[in-house]
Design a protein around this ligand. Sequence first.
Ligand code: GLY
Length: 562
Amino acid sequence: MMPAPRYRIAFIWFVVLAFAANALPAAERLPGKSAVASASPLATAAGHEILAKGGNAFDAAVAITAALAVVYPTGSGLAGGGFYLLHRASDGRDVMIDAREKAPAAASRDMFLGPDGNPVPGLSLNSALAAGIAGEPAGMEHLVKEYGRLPLAVSLAPAIRLAHEGFPVSPHLRAVIEYKREVFAKQKEVAPIWLRKGAAPALGTVIRQPQLARTLETLAKHGMRDFYEGAIARRLVAGVRKLGGIWTAEDLAAYRIVERAPIVGDYRGARIISAPPPSSGGIVLVEALNILSGYDLAQLDSATRKHLIIASMRRGHRDRAVWLGDPDFVEMPVAELIHPYYAAGLRASIRLDRAMPSAELPGILPAPQGPQTTHFSVLDAEGNRVAGTITLNFLFGSGLVVPGTGLFLNNEMDDFSKKAGVPNGFQLVGNAANEIAPGKRMLSSMTPTFIESPRGLMIAGSPGGSYITGMVLLATLDFLDGRSAAEIVAAPRIHHQYLPDVLQYERDALTPNEIESLTKRGYTLRESKRGWGNLQVITWDYASGRVDAASDPRGEGEGQVY
Ligand code: GLY
C-alpha cells in the first residue's frame, strides 16, 4: 500500500536511495562492522585488539601475521613468506603484496640432486638448504608504511606479549610437535621450548618463547629492515650458514616485495579477485569458473554438477603444470588462460557422461606444493579488507630454528620443481617453468580471494598446498549459492589436481548414488580419512548489512565479528 501523499515523496526517495545503496560498488559501501577469521583464536583476538585501537584492516593483518608466527608456527612465521590480497576502500584499489620467498643467489637448478641425478630424499624439506629468502617481514613493513595507520610497534605488541607470556598447547599443536619431536630434540635452543622431557608437552602446557619475543622487540624498535640489513640479518646469515644453508647478507639486503595486479574474472555476475603469479591460485580459479560458467549448475543433478566441477579443476591444474612459474622469470599466457573463449574450447572437451583421464589431456605433469600454510581474512568497518595466506611450507617449515632468533626456517624451496617428472614428498612432479634459479620465486598454490557479487562480498582462503585452489573454488560456488560463512567452511570437499588422476573426497562429500554415478563415468575415487584445509571466510550481505566470520571446523581457529 502507498503511504499518505505527504509521505509519498519521502517514501520514493527512501526507495531510490535504498536501491542506489544496493547498486553501489562494494568499495563505496560501509560494512560498519569489522571481522577477523584466522586459524587461532589468539591471532583473531590480536587482530581485534589492533582494530579496537583505531587500526585498519591492514594494521590488523600485521598484528595477525605476527601473532600467528608466535602461536601457530606450524603454518607460518617471520622466516617464511606469503601473499596479502588487499582492498583499500577509499579508492577501491585491489592489489596483492607478493612477499613470497626467493631462491638465494647461490641456489642452482640441480642443487637438490645427488650424484645419481635424482633428488636426495628430504634435502629440500628438512635442511637449511630448503629455506628461501624470507619475505614475510618485508610484506608486513609494506603493509604498515603504505596502507596502515598505526606504528609497527603497536601492531607487533600483541605478538610480543604472547611470546613472553606464552599460550597453551592445543591438540593440533601437540600432534605436530610429536611429529617433529626428533628434529626438535637435536636443537639445544628448541627442545627446552617445544618439548618436555624429550616428549611433546601435555595439552594446556604454556609455551613461552623469550628469544622470539626479543626478535620481535628488536623489529618493533628498529623496523623490519633490521631483518634484512641489521643485527637480526647478521644473526640469520650466520645461523643459516652454520646449519648448512647458503643465505648471504646480500640475499637478505636485496629482498623486496612486489605489488602485483590481482587476477580478475567474472562468473555469472560475480567479480572474482584473486592471487596472480607466482601463485597459480587466481589463474586456476578463474579458468575453472570460466569453464563452469557455461553450465547452469543449479539445474543439474548433483553427480553431474560434481563431475563438472572436477573436470574444471583437472583442466585448471593441468595449465598450472604446463605454464606457470615466477612472472619475473618466465613468460606466461595469462590473458589467454583466463579468457572466456579459452574456457569455451576446454568446455568442448568435456562430456557429461564420462570423465576424461588426465593422460588424454595434452601437457605435462603438475608442480609441487606443500600441505601446510595458514590463511586469515580481515574486514574493517570502513570496508578495507585483507585476504592473507602466509606460509613456512610444511609443518614448522624445516623444523630448524636459526640460533639466537627463535625463528623457524621455511622449507619453501620444495615448492620448486627439483627435477622434471620426479614427484616430491607430496606425490607431485614439476616442469621447467618452475625450476630453481637464483633470485626466483617458487610457484605457489596459495589463493587469497575476494568475491564480489550482487549478494555481497566474500573474503576467503585456506592452507592445503595443491588442495587450496579447489577449496576456494568450492567456497565460491557455495557463496554464490547463498550459503552462510559457517556452511561454506564446514562443507565436505572434493578435489582433483590433474595428476595423480584421482578424485579425492572427504567423508560425506559424496552420496552412495554420486559415488556410483562418478565411478560409472570412469573416475578413480579415493576417500580421504582426515579431510583437508582450514578455510577462513568472512561474508558481508549487502541487503541485510550482516557480516559473518567463520573458521574451518577442521582446525582450531575462530571467526569473530565486532
Ligand atoms: N607452500 C604452499 C604453497 O605456496 O602453495
